[in-house]
Write a protein of this length. Structure first.
Length: 154
């Protein structure tokens, strides 16, 4: 069997090892920079998504605020239709005029374990029903169809 004797110059080996160390160090720096940039891009995307969601929530909250009550757009349409029909058919008031201060209807909200029960009640009919029916005024209101029930219950 032959023996190979490697002749090496220690200075050359150290030089090559230093080059390998430098390349390894540069590769680690680039890798770390790429990780940081990737992390920043993910954060920016997350921030953009989060900002879009927050903007949507703010838009919905502003719409609720301007309606004046915690009611949805669909509920508002239902209430407006009830008021228009009730004023026209029961009070001969198609213009829905209720005096200089407006009003004419009251809103009641009753939170329950199943959701919030909400009513839009004609103020004129309620006053008249209390006078005429006394303790049984609610049944008189039902008979006159003087309220609408809306909300997120059952």
């Amino acid at each position: 069997m032959e023996k190979f004797i490697l002749a090496y110059n220690e200075e050359e080996v150290n030089k090559k090892l230093d080059e390998i160390r430098d390349q390894f160090s540069r590769a680690n720096k680039i890798n770390e920079q790429l990780r940081e940039e990737n992390h920043n891009l993910r954060d920016e995307h997350f921030k953009d998504k989060e900002l879009a969601e927050m903007s949507e929530i703010l838009t919905r909250m502003r719409a609720d605020y301007f309606r004046g009550f915690p009611i949805s757009e669909e509920e508002e349409k239902k209430i407006n239709e009830f008021q228009r029909d009730h004023d026209t058919n029961f009070h001969s008031n198609p213009t829905q005029y209720h005096g200089a201060s407006g009003g004419g209807y009251e809103f009641s909200f009753y939170p329950t374990g199943l959701g919030t029960i909400s009513y839009c009640i004609c103020g004129d009919c309620k006053r008249r029903a209390i006078k005429e029916a006394g303790a049984d005024w609610w049944n008189k209101m039902k008979e006159w169809r003087s309220f609408i029930e809306f909300g997120d219950f059952g």
